[in-house]
Write a protein that binds this ligand. Structure first.
Ligand code: BES
Ligand code: MN
Ligand code: MN
Length: 459
């Protein structure tokens, strides 16, 4: 082997062109978990990951579930005294629609201005792939890894991981690990990596409001028969008070405040709320009174309407009183709120505020627990050193407003601490048209993870 390829970092450099070509192949598989007409593609992506893991030198297996497959790769040659690291990622992606807003097709990766544009490039195929390549770089040069490794890749993260929780429970002994490592998030800013101290949880519902048995003439009945769209709008409008607080009784009761150290860390971060609003084309940030934008995002729950459906929405006017109305409403949760408890409280709330004459029905779609890290300890130090070696700067501690449903369960079921270090950049358009992943982060990401496995050997 050439000298350049004789150590893991040199190998990653020497094999870079092949790595890019393989990522291109991965991103071309439209593994949209939410859509059943893509089931075969999602299965193909699972098999692609399995073959990659086997090629890197792990023992790899695909497990069927009632939904999409779970892929498990294992390398246990470091021996019983070395730590075991569980690496988690997801190979499914969000639907690419609306297609007309993409500058290049979502499943035909295009590299422009140092960015790989494709659905899944950042969330999460590109980041999952970094780990596979870092493992390969170790195994192909040294013939071994400094730690025992289990790779767990799922195909249902974007639909709430319904089959992964039972899978982890069932295989808890096989998946036993000292540390969980996940790259499925973003850096705080370009050039400034971050380690996550929290993720928010999620509780997602539909509210169905039903009024008369069919649509009615709004002149013949309006004002005398209650309109379910009006009623649902009032219910939604009443979910927040004038201070931006959620009005459901007991909603805030289970919350535990973040530590003073966490709050001080948030205040010390370089962050301009006006700039943040400008970047997304909003006039200003807003939310619960008494909190900064980052505190609201990372330490406070939220409630948002994700969609509404009712009445006539076609061209022109139609004087109609709709028979029904529907809204999708979700809550982001913070420790120790739980989706089950929020469901219970929301149900009671709706019973309390439902106007007579309109029936409100609540349907839960999916949920996930919030997660908060313990900040001290050798784990964060090990990850900091690895990031510093490849980015030239120590990471900041950051929270995350989004959710990764399985993370809370890893702690509960496996008793392992999680390390979340992501390599996407802010504005990467996750879930949106023109999703991208920076080539610079791709290359430094692989280097970081090569260092990280070395660093974790000592933890
Ligand atoms: N990778 C994201 C979570 C995320 C987003 C982390 C942005 C950091 C920055 C994950 O794939 C995701 O989209 N989660 C969903 C969960 C849901 C579908 C159950 C979310 O947060 O909406
Ligand atoms: Mn993700
Ligand atoms: Mn996602």
């Amino acid at each position: 082997m050439s000298p350049a390829g004789s150590n893991p970092l040199g190998f990653a450099r020497a094999e870079r062109a092949r790595f890019y070509a393989e990522l291109d192949e991965f991103l071309r598989i439209p593994s949209v978990s939410a859509k059943s007409d893509h089931d075969a593609d999602t299965g193909r992506a699972a098999e692609w990951v399995r073959a990659q893991l086997a090629g890197a030198g792990l023992e790899a297996e695909t497990f069927a579930t009632p939904g999409h497959p779970v892929v498990v790769g294992e390398w246990r040659g470091a021996g019983p005294d070395a730590p075991t690291v569980l690496i988690y990622g997801h190979y499914d992606v969000q639907p690419p629609e609306p297609l007309e807003l993409w500058d290049s097709p979502p499943f035909e990766p295009d590299v422009r201005d140092g960015r790989i544009y494709a659905r899944g490039s950042a969330d999460d195929k590109g980041q999952l792939f970094l780990h596979i390549k870092a493992l390969e770089a170790h195994l192909k040069t040294r013939g071994r890894l400094p730690v025992n490794v289990i790779m767990l890749a799922e195909g249902e993260e974007e639909v709430g991981s319904p089959n992964l929780v039972p899978f982890v429970r069932e295989h808890r002994e096989r998946l036993a690990a000292d540390t969980v490592v996940i790259s499925d998030s973003a850096m705080f800013a370009p050039g400034l990596p971050s380690l996550l101290f929290s993720l928010r949880g999620l509780a997602y519902f539909e509210i169905h409001a039903t009024g008369p048995s069919s649509d009615l003439h709004s002149g013949a009945y309006g004002g005398a028969v209650l309109n379910p769209a009006n009623a649902l709008a009032k219910v939604i409008g009443g979910l927040h008070d004038n201070d931006g607080r959620i009005t459901i009784r007991g909603f805030y009761d289970d919350i535990i405040e973040p530590s003073p150290k966490t709050l001080a860390g948030i205040r010390a971060l370089p962050f301009d709320a006006d700039e943040y609003a400008r970047e997304v084309g909003a006039r200003a940030t807003g939310g619960e009174r008494g909190y900064s934008a980052l505190e609201r995002l990372w330490t406070r729950p939220s409630c948002d309407v994700n969609g509404m459906l009712s009445g006539y929405t076609g061209e022109g006017a139609k004087t109609v009183l709709p028979a029904k109305a529907m809204a999708k409403v979700s809550f982001r949760l913070v420790p120790r709120q739980s989706p089950e408890r929020v469901h219970e409280l929301f149900e009671k709330h709706l019973a309390r505020v439902a106007p007579p004459g309109v029936r409100l029905e609540l349907v839960e779609l999916h949920g996930g627990r919030p997660w908060r890290a313990s900040l001290d300890g050798p784990l964060f130090d090990a990850a900091s050193r690895a990031l510093e070696k490849s980015f030239g700067t120590r990471p900041v501690l950051a929270g995350e407003g989004g959710s990764i449903p399985i993370v809370g369960e890893f702690e509960e079921i496996l008793g392992a601490n999680s390390l979340l270090l992501g390599f996407a950049l802010p504005g990467a358009n996750m879930h949106a048209p023109n999703e991208w992943f920076a080539t610079d982060c791709f290359e430094r990401g692989i280097d970081t993870l090569i260092h990280l496995y070395d660093e974790l050997a000592g933890v």
